[in-house]
Design a protein around this ligand. Structure first.
Ligand SMILES: Cc1cc2nc3c(=O)[nH]c(=O)nc-3n(C[C@H](O)[C@H](O)[C@H](O)COP(=O)(O)OP(=O)(O)OC[C@H]3O[C@@H](n4cnc5c(N)ncnc54)[C@H](O)[C@@H]3O)c2cc1C
Length: 471
């Protein structure tokens, strides 16, 4: 057996209770089933042997040192909104929740940073920056995710086109290693060439290398103005071909998203909220941020002109915050609408070079049709991260759905690889994409991943069996 862990005993339960507080420890059947999985239960539902809510890094350090000594696996849990099957206890052991560690320290204006504990919610961090006239740009769709979860999965989101990913906003990290030691990766400096950049390695490591206990995030001056436009096209190809045209304009868009008609109808029905355009087989949603009205008006005018030149049916401008929010709520409602409208869903999170978006989307739909599965590509076309959603049609048997999605995923990954893309753009590998990673990357690279894991976690006790495997 690759992971020969100790099963937890009454003695272990008592030890963890002594390190924390009996009121914050649950064992066996007293653990709520919501902690058995993340937002994708089909990527693994596993019962922890013990669930503990920690209050500080010292508690985490003590628990990790104990687990290391006793050879007990530990999984750190944030808000559980992950879409990769990451926050689940595949080998039992301890689930450690950091959600009570949610302090947001005052904004450091001189350094333009904010320091927060990992359990702070993204929406609270964004609001705290805004209150001080500053801006935390990373904007993944789920605002109730924890900031620790965002950092450790390197969450992306809509605004990556202009501002980048969560990684681009992390100045420094404090973390607990699997043996219980507390370390700092970097400090609150703008530049750093002091040795290997372990901070950037830890970001996106999906809870397999260390447990984050505090992060310091870079802030920007808040943009004063913004505008969202909805641009319908007669075909998906026209819609996708517009993306490079937008990127060539002299203004960098904040977001470029796309949705096809079928999906729009589904979300509008579920949300009971329409987009401001009713025509077109596919629409682009484009957003600009600017520091002056003049700059914004020029960007919008140029885009309208180019869009109409390139076959857009119309350009609807959502020029008030309320109208813009309404448009973005349709984009944000995709996952819920799909859950409401289909028996089951599967997701592929590939990212392809922007030049291949249209071709990838066309092939993806063909692959779905071959296996009788409705494939709905949508999402962040500004950065090539195409969420290729698969919906189970009514009447399809469990076996047909399982073998169909498996075959679909294999072909979708092969297609992305052929185009020079990557297996996951933002949701990560976790448990759900584990079996596909090995085929996707070079074997030498896989061995490097394993060596990195072992350098941090020689006993493989932290979130084992996720992201990479050992045989
Ligand atoms: C509707 C919806 C929309 C979404 N949109 C986006 C999007 O646009 N972009 C995007 O990137 N993601 C998106 N997500 C996915 C999800 O919100 C992100 O992956 C998020 O970063 C997960 O944070 P969490 O706190 O929920 O982490 P969890 O789900 O609790 O955990 C995720 C992983 O991180 C580890 N982990 C969590 N906290 C810590 C910590 N403090 N230290 C070490 N490891 C830790 C866990 O072990 C697990 O492996 C979306 C999810 C939903 C449901």
């Amino acid at each position: 057996m690759p992971y020969p862990y100790n099963k937890m005993t009454q003695e272990d339960f008592d030890a963890i209770r002594r390190m924390t507080d009996p009121g914050r420890v649950w064992v066996g059947d007293a653990i709520a089933t919501e902690y058995f999985h993340d937002e994708m239960p089909n990527y693994g539902t596993y019962q922890p042997e013990l669930y503990v809510e920690v209050l500080n890094k010292e508690e985490i350090s003590a628990i990790m040192a104990y687990a290391y000594e006793r050879n007990i696996p530990v999984v750190c849990r944030g808000a559980g909104t992950g879409l990769a099957g990451g926050a689940s206890c595949k080998f039992g052991g301890i689930m450690l929740s950091v959600m009570r560690m949610n302090k947001i320290f005052p904004v450091d204006h001189k350094n333009q940073t904010i320091t927060v504990q990992p359990g702070a919610l993204l929406l609270d961090v964004q609001a705290a920056a805004k209150e001080e006239g500053l801006f935390y740009p990373p904007d993944p769709g789920e605002k109730t995710a924890s900031i620790g979860g965002n950092v450790i999965t390197n969450a992306g989101g809509m605004k990556a086109v202009r501002y980048g990913l969560t990684r681009d906003f992390v100045r420094c990290i404090e973390a607990v290693l699997p043996d219980g030691s507390i370390v700092n990766f970097s400090s609150n400096v703008v530049k750093n060439t002091t040795g290997y950049d372990i901070k950037d390695l830890v970001i996106g490591s999906e809870g397999t290398l260390c447990i984050l206990t505090e992060v310091t995030l870079k802030l920007l001056p808040a943009p004063n103005k913004s505008c969202t436009m909805v641009i319908p096209f007669h075909s998906l190809e026209e819609c996708a071909d517009m993306v490079p045209v937008i990127l060539e304009l002299p203004f960098v868009p904040t977001a470029i998203e796309f949705l096809e008609r079928e999906l729009i109808d589904m979300v509008e029905k579920n949300l009971k909220k329409p987009l401001p355009v009713s025509e077109g087989e596919a629409v682009l949603i484009v957003m600009y941020d600017a520091s002056t009205q003049n700059e914004l008006d020029t960007a919008v005018e140029m885009l309208c002109e180019k869009a109409l030149e390139h076959g857009a049916i119309d350009v609807a401008i959502a020029d008030t915050p309320e109208r813009a929010d309404s448009v973005w709520s349709v984009r944000g409602g995709i996952l819920e609408a799909m859950k409401a409208e289909s028996v089951a869903q599967e997701e592929c999170d590939v990212v392809v070079p922007r030049a291949h978006i249209a071709e990838y989307v066309r092939i993806a739909k063909g692959i779905g049709a071959k296996y009788g599965i409705c494939v709905e590509p949508c999402g962040h076309c500004g950065d090539g991260n195409i969420h290729t959603e698969m919906l189970r049609p009514a009447g399809m048997s469990d076996e047909e759905w399982e073998s169909g999605t498996h075959a679909c995923l294999k072909e979708l990954y092969e297609t992305a690889k052929r185009f020079g893309g990557q297996l996951s753009g933002e949701h990560g590998i976790g448990n759900g994409r584990l079996e596909y990673l090995k085929d996707f990357i070079d074997p030498r690279l896989y061995r490097l991943y394993q060596a990195v894991k072992l350098a941090f976690d020689d006993k493989l006790i932290l979130n084992p069996g996720k992201m990479i495997e050992f045989e």
